[in-house]
Design a protein around this ligand. Structure first.
Ligand code: GTS
Length: 218
């Protein structure tokens, strides 16, 4: 399998974390797509993912799977031992809901803020910007942080008692927030404590160097 991604990207981080949690690093080859040069908007990449975003998983038969949630679901069920996306129908439903909520209320909002209200990836890539929309999404992301703080005040993980894809999505949101200097508000103590715990997980800690390690073992 191949993963098209960018080593420091917050969305790519989601798949890198999932790969490590599943211990699948040695099964993939990473292909670097330079976001800062706009390689993800070029015709040869758009054939792989119409949306022009990273990451993309390429299967050995040439099938492309884009979207972090879809890739995570694929990887999680590969070995028949589902650990990230829910074993029972109830778990699946809650994890999917919380992960989607983490996209809507946090990660995607931070991303819109980055692309619209900051220089983003630079003038060659950011062909349309709407700063007002960007700042609204920044405020939405801050509200999202308060929401996840309240969730994590009552349970150890985003979707309940165990680590799941929903935690990975919130981690992606906080990675992106860190890159754009949008700190977690001081009063969000439960969210901050949870994030400190998450950063101790090897899958989160080693995500950026993972592509070098994988290259060495392929
Ligand atoms: N919904 C997509 C998913 O879940 O995979 C979003 C993917 C996404 O936005 N990826 C970012 C991207 O390609 C990568 S990164 O910013 O996290 O590194 N952004 C480039 C762009 O021009 O939107």
């Amino acid at each position: 399998m191949k993963i098209y991604d960018w080593h420091t990207g917050p969305y790519p981080a989601r798949v890198r974390i999932a790969l490590a949690e599943k211990n699948l690093q040695s099964r993939v080859q990473f292909v670097s797509v330079d976001l800062w040069k706009g390689e993800h908007k070029k015709a040869d990449f758009l054939v792989k993912n119409y949306s022009g975003t990273l990451p993309v998983l390429e299967l050995d038969d040439g099938t492309y799977i884009a979207e972090c949630t879809a890739i995570t679901e694929y990887l999680d069920s590969l070995d028949g031992n589902v650990i990230l996306t829910g074993k029972t129908s109830r778990e699946k439903g809650i994890i999917h809901m919380m992960s989607k909520r983490a996209e809507l209320e946090l990660l995607d909002a931070v991303s819109v803020y980055f692309h619209h209200a900051t220089p983003g990836l630079g003038p060659d890539v950011e062909i349309y910007q709407n700063a007002e929309w960007g700042f609204r999404q920044r405020d939405k992301a801050l509200r999202g942080m308060h929401y996840f703080d309240s969730v994590l005040s009552n349970q150890p993980f985003v979707a309940g008692d165990t680590f799941s894809m929903a935690d990975i999505t919130v981690i992606g949101g906080l990675i992106f927030a860190g890159l754009v200097d949008l700190p977690v508000p001081a009063e969000c103590e439960a969210l901050k404590a949870w994030y400190a715990r998450m950063q101790e997980r090897p899958s989160v800690k080693n995500r950026i160097t993972m592509s070098e390690q994988a290259r060495a073992s392929v």
